[in-house]
Write a protein that binds this ligand. Structure first.
Ligand SMILES: Nc1nc2c(c(=O)[nH]1)N[C@H]1C(S)=C(S)[C@@H](COP(=O)(O)O)O[C@H]1N2
Ligand SMILES: [Mo]
Length: 321
């Protein structure tokens, strides 16, 4: 088990090394200035600006952090899936700059006693921010280790008081047609919709994320707030949330609509259940494993079995993929 136990927590400087940060940022700024001086438009300049994010402090949360080597900020923010901005891995970093993240409200509604529209500035203060290092395993076969900043989604769900009829939680993400070149394509149905069972949504590991590496979340990673559900494939961790609805029946997600035999509702990381077109037994850690590196074994529930396996007791995880 690779979860940190309380007592051997690393100093928070290890989680967010400001010195490393600063020097990387300086380098990027200089690279950006050189690009501008050379008359090079675009990508490198935008990269430089994208790193100019405001700090967002959290307290270290060793009990919910893994000890794996953290993926670099550069890789986390330049190798993305955010289909609203395009299908290529560098499209989100290239185009997400136009995303408008203020004003921003999140409607929390449905089977709740106190439905409410939360302003982003209210959500930023709703619970203490925590630094949590999570694994992210994409269904495509790559993985990263990301130091998120945020808090358990349960903090928000408790505020609205779910009724006895609430069994599932549906997450809807933003559509800004004029700012999102990818939504002209019909690879997925927009808005991007994901969902969890209520007990999964209430699990303390399920995180509402506002930042990474001690900074406000970059737009390509789902600003101003997104989910992180570390024991499920990455597509469950919906970005740029605008609505959270508690419902009685299991919602149909965008990925289930697009390819029901490939993407199920549960989408728990499971090395024993292959995707119909490829194995899920191994993965490539971005920034560490080259294409010729020995295969890294994928862990059941992405290594979080100790915390979450009990949620699925008695369930056939091959049928409920
Ligand atoms: N709205 C939205 N959320 C999304 C996606 C997307 O295309 N649109 N892609 C998902 C997928 S497939 C993954 S692997 C993760 C990637 O998160 P990251 O770019 O922060 O690493 O975001 C998920 N959330
Ligand atoms: Mo993914």
């Amino acid at each position: 088990m690779l979860i940190r136990k309380p007592g051997n927590a690393p100093p928070s400087s290890e989680i967010t090394s400001e010195a490393v940060w600063q020097s990387r940022r300086d380098w990027m700024m200089r690279a950006g200035l050189i690009a501008a001086a050379a008359g090079l438009p675009g990508w490198s300049m935008r990269q430089a600006h994208a790193q100019d994010a405001a700090p967002l402090a959290g307290r270290a949360s060793p009990q919910y952090s893994v000890m794996d080597k953290q993926t670099s900020f550069q890789d986390i923010t330049s190798y993305n899936n955010y289909y609203e901005f395009g299908l290529d891995k560098d499209d989100p970093a290239r185009y997400a700059g136009k995303l408008q993240t203020r004003p921003w409200t999140v409607a929390v509604e449905g089977e709740v006693l106190r439905p409410q529209a939360f302003d982003i500035d209210t959500l930023l203060k709703l619970a203490p921010m925590e630094d949590r290092v999570y694994r992210l395993r994409c269904v495509e076969g790559w993985s990263m280790v990301i130091p998120w900043v945020g808090y358990s989604l349960a903090n928000l769900l408790k505020q609205v008081e779910p009724t006895g009829n609430a069994k599932y939680v549906e997450f809807t993400t933003v559509v800004q047609r004029e700012n999102m070149p990818g939504v002209r394509s019909s690879v997925l149905q927009w808005p991007y919709v994901e969902a969890l069972r209520l007990d999964e949504a209430m699990h303390p590991l399920t995180m509402l994320v506002f930042g990474l590496y001690g900074k406000v979340l970059p737009k390509q990673n789902g600003a101003p707030l997104r989910l992180a559900v570390p024991w499920k494939y990455g597509f469950k961790s919906a970005k740029s949330l605008v609505r959270i609805r508690l419902v009685e029946r299991q919602p149909v997600s965008s990925w289930m609509l697009a390819a029901p035999s490939e993407y199920g509702f549960y989408a728990n990381v499971n090395p024993d259940v292959p995707h119909p077109r490829w194995s899920q037994a191994t993965e490539r850690r971005i920034g560490e494993d080259g294409f010729f590196a020995p295969k890294r074994r994928t862990l059941m529930f992405n290594g979080y079995a100790e915390q979450v396996a009990s949620l699925y007791q008695g369930m056939d995880l091959k049928a409920n993929y």
